[in-house]
Design a protein around this ligand. Sequence first.
Ligand code: 13P
Length: 152
Amino acid sequence: MNYCKRTLPKRKRMALVAHDNMKADLMAWAKEKKTQLEQHELYATGTTGTLLSTCIEQPVHCLYSGPMGGDQQLGALITEGKIDVLIFFWDPLDSVPHDPDVKALLRLAAVWNIPSATNKASANFLMESASMNQTVEIEIPDYQSYMEKRVP
Ligand SMILES: O=C(CO)COP(=O)(O)O
């Protein structure tokens, strides 16, 4: 795979997602980080986003609820380079009907190399990183050369 650079803006487009048993944890975390979250543009799956916008009194782009396709919508936005950071409080102790969608979202976050946190400690590390508040370059797959190899 060849790689190229993508610039993440100073104001990040952050996706926030929490499974049902983790929603209280994400809300508490978001309240703690409210001032920092105000610096960024927030996206979320339907239920998480609706709760979040009330909890931190900040606009959130709400996609569909996770089981109804919201994880897949986020995956598509990541693929299109429209999400810069993913914070996903997923529940490691419960199964969900849309597990394939969850896996697909995490997979696309890895494919497109966006900074991702899948628990509170790593979310804290991300928020404390200087890169959160400045433009930063990441390496992403060079899609054009990928296609040129497939269709010479
Ligand atoms: O299920 C989810 C992520 O997989 C989250 O969806 P909701 O935010 O709609 O609960």
